[in-house]
Design a protein around this ligand. Structure first.
Ligand SMILES: [Zn+2]
Length: 250
């Protein structure tokens, strides 16, 4: 039964992931409400239903537009697949609980922000502000929360990242500052510090790999949002265990 529900979560994740691609690409340029249909960005042709099946359409069409043959970014099916997997993992970790609802919403926001940050190097305020009140309600009324730790987490994030922005003159952006601060508030100060460490670690490792493969140069501005998101997801699932393990070593 658990696996059956897991698969249902996966399928919903694929469908939502496909929607999040659209949200992430349209909200920053204010076309989310004005455009109804999906279309090819090259030939402007409206896409039919058979071209909109998550992951499957991409594979059948071999990653090309049916009309003009121009390549479709691999980002789309990757985002769909990732959302499907993350929905399933969230369920497998937390079962049918409020924690799962919180996890699904967190994954959703992170996926949308990742799409925007990769496409436009932007973490849209609108997305963060849409999710913030929902998180606060869930966090403070339904899940037990340490208020003091949350406020310390947000303050810690704001100061730490603020100082980094000031010292590095733009190594991180204001979007990253807001994003980190939101996670500080949601996770509390201990988990925030872990999240911060993980994001710099992920950033260093992945950028190192991209540099050595020649995919980026030292001058390329690589968006930091995806690393913050990946760290937040790690903390969501494993944060408490990592901290307990660390404390057991002391
Ligand atoms: Zn086309």
């Amino acid at each position: 039964m658990e696996w059956f529900i897991g698969i249902v979560f996966f399928i919903y994740g694929l469908i939502f992931g496909s929607f999040y691609n659209v949200v992430g690409l349209r909200v920053p340029i204010n076309t989310f409400l004005s455009q109804r249909n999906s279309y090819c960005y090259t030939c402007k042709r409206k896409l039919s239903w058979s071209e909109l099946i998550p992951v499957v359409s991409y594979i059948i069409q071999k990653g090309k537009c049916k009309g003009c043959g121009s390549p479709i970014s691999i980002i789309y099916p990757v985002i769909e697949l990732a959302t499907g997997l993350l929905f399933t993992v969230t369920y497998l970790f937390f079962g049918l609980s409020f924690q799962t609802i919180f996890g699904l919403l967190l994954v959703s926001m992170i996926v949308i922000v990742t799409v925007s940050d990769i496409a436009y190097q932007k973490i849209p305020n609108k997305i963060l502000l849409f999710f913030l009140p929902i998180f606060l309600i869930l966090k403070f009324f339904l899940l037990d929360t340490d208020w003091v730790s949350s406020i310390l987490g947000a303050a810690c994030a704001f100061l730490l990242v603020g100082i980094i922005i000031y010292v590095t003159k733009g190594g991180m952006g204001i979007g990253d500052l807001k994003y980190f601060t939101l996670f500080g508030l949601l996770f509390g100060w201990q988990l925030f510090l872990l999240l911060f460490l993980l994001s710099t670690l992920y950033g260093a490792v992945i950028n190192g790999i991209l540099l050595s493969l020649g995919k980026v140069t030292r001058k390329t501005k690589v968006p930091f949002g995806p690393y913050i998101g990946a760290s937040a997801i790690t903390v969501l699932y494993l944060g408490r265990s990592i901290i307990e393990w660390y404390l057991s070593l002391l």
